[in-house]
Design a protein around this ligand. Sequence first.
Ligand code: ADP
Length: 498
Amino acid sequence: MRTVRPSLTFSILASLACLLILTWLLFSLLAFKTAENDLYAQKGEHARMLLSTFVNQLPDQLPGFPEGMLPLNTSAAIYASKLSEERSFERLTLLDKAGKVIYSVGRDGSDLYRPFSLPGRQVEESGIAADGGMLIRSVQVIRNGEQVGRAGLILSLADEQRRIKRTRQLLMSYFALDFILLLGLGAFVLSKIVVTPVNRLLSATEKITDGVYGHQLKVTGSLELARLADSFNAMSSALEQKQHEVASHVAMLEQVNSDLQLAREEAVRSEKMASVGLLAAGTAHEIGTPLASVMGYAEILSQELEHNPAQADYLARIMDSCGRIDRIVKGLLEYARPKQAVCEEVDLLAIVQQTVELLQHQGMFKGVQGSLTSTGQISRLMLDPHQLQQVLINLLINASDAMPNGGVLRLVVRQEPDKNMQLLEVWDSGTGIAPQNLGKLFDPFFTTKDPGKGTGLGLAISARIIEGFGGKITVQSSVGKGSCFVIHLPVHMKGNTE
Ligand code: ADP
């Protein structure tokens, strides 16, 4: 089960709120206690002054209980009755030597005596009543160095308590305001200096998890966070470098692998071609000699059968088939032992034009719309013009065969400067070639034409001739749209052919 965790902002703010409340509690405890003590001390001092003024005005001889009370016309009694009109006044009491009440005056006029809850052993004593509402102060009355009585004053602390309560309420409001402000400010500052950088670090590490290396962070703020960001950046760069290294190793391995594959295919092809060539040469030689006799005798026989049309027709068919066998045999021999090339400096464009015209005279390209264009500089090449023409004838016949109902034939001569190659492109808008046949086009005997129409040797011989010049033939095709055969001829090829 996934543990529910509070967010960083929430945790920090909760801690901050607890700290603020704790601080306020401590502060208010201290502040209220100090304010209370100050107020009570002031009140005590006030009571001391009032009491000492009263004591000073007492006559030297105090009347003793029960004989008499303090006469009301004495200045002390007048002062005391004036004092009783004060707001905080509660009671003033005078005791004789024996501790009996000889004078007492209360705020409300009542004469209820309230004994001092003080021990009465000290010259001056003061205290707060148990309910906290009264301040009690007493002082010894001393005449001629002898204690003749004791006076006590009780003052109400209601005013002070009201003030303390008001102050507490005010402080509470201030605190609430401070709390909200500090929490808001704290949240803002914390999110700026901690939460935002941490979130940025988090999203950056998530990128690394997703495989996006090299991401660099710019974290401003505290030293630790900046160091964390630096260390993250270093890690990210190191990972990116490692990724590049791995990618380049993989690319290198793939290249080596494909080179190996090509080399293997080339080796297999060369071996196949060599054995096919060898077999073809032997077979062609063996077939060629008897075939020549058959054709010779058939020729003689044809003159004798001039008046027998039925037999002459059979003979014509025999000669036709022999002619086909002869073409195959010659093609095989050519493939197995190509004629030695006689190289000379040729004008490629001129050869292309001558070949097209030659085929046109033979009635080819009916319904075909043809064009010949050349772009860029055209180099003069060193090669055998007859062999090149043979290749071109093969390609043009194939293009024409691919467009039985007419179409577009485009011949383009251009140069590929980088590779120093002169290119001759033969575009047709014919049937196109199925992808699975593209790899077999240059194999001897590969044909899709009807029996008797194609030998499957044209492209194999053409490829051999162009390879003899140091070039190559490439092809691209799209079924239903057409094909493009490109003859690549190296510009410097003197050393390639004899
Ligand atoms: P052949 O013409 O005797 O069949 P090639 O070696 O010249 O022998 O051609 C081999 C095969 O390549 C052809 O049978 C045909 O299927 C295919 N081919 C060659 N050129 C084209 C082209 N321009 N359009 C479509 N198919 C082509």
